[in-house]
Design a protein around this ligand. Structure first.
Ligand SMILES: Cc1cc2nc3c(=O)[nH]c(=O)nc-3n(C[C@H](O)[C@H](O)[C@H](O)COP(=O)(O)O)c2cc1C
Length: 182
């Protein structure tokens, strides 16, 4: 099962990146880190299809069975870096794939708008976004961002286990569907 983590924060020391690192280590999943994989602004020009970072992004997403996507909440939405990355992608990267979404907020009850914003965009990409979702506040981190508080860790574990379950179901249904069409 190929589950891919996306860190949607452009900030190298951002908390969303810290969360992505915790998840990728704990569940042994590969990460696309948008603070490392710096993409140009999407402009629709043919030349952008030749850029190595864009080709890498597209092939990693195409080969994934499911994704876990974390965004920082910036001004009540997902990060511009993440939306720009989505603009380089299309339904062939997401269609029928289970996706778990998490938002990292600044506290003060933020995060939900970024999740809803991401949910709308992922629907347009035909992803199957799980109902379950998680908001992470600064107070959810311990040990300088290397671990999560117990309850938060439980919430992340719960969404990850659900993502795995839906990925298994989705792969099985897909295989049966392909077999029945031969
Ligand atoms: C440009 C900008 C806008 C932000 N807007 C919000 C916001 O609307 N709501 C919120 O809860 N936090 C907001 N924050 C705080 C971030 O959510 C916070 O820094 C969090 O750690 C996630 O971002 P990071 O991964 O870049 O650290 C904002 C931060 C920045 C840099």
């Amino acid at each position: 099962m190929n589950i891919l983590m996306i860190n949607g924060s452009p900030r190298k020391e951002g908390r969303t990146g810290k969360l992505a690192t915790i998840i990728s280590k704990k569940y042994n999943v590969k990460t696309i880190d948008l603070s490392e994989l710096v993409l140009p602004i999407y402009n629709g020009q043919e030349e952008q299809n030749e850029i190595a970072t864009i080709q890498k992004l597209r092939s990693q997403l195409e080969n994934a069975d499911a994704m876990i996507i974390a965004t920082p909440e910036y001004h009540g939405g997902m990060s511009g870096a993440l939306k720009n990355a989505f603009d380089f992608l299309g339904s062939k990267h997401f269609k029928d794939k289970p996706v778990a979404i998490l938002a990292v907020a600044g506290g003060g009850k933020g995060g939900i708008n970024a999740l809803n914003n991401m949910r709308i965009v992922l629907r347009a990409l035909y992803a199957n976004v799980l109902s379950k979702q998680v908001v992470i506040d600064p107070s959810d981190f311990m040990s300088e961002g290397t671990t999560l508080e117990e309850n938060t860790s439980y919430s992340v574990d719960s969404i990850f286990q659900e993502l795995k379950l839906y990925t298994q179901i989705s792969k099985k249904l897909n295989e049966e569907w392909v077999a029945s069409n031969y």
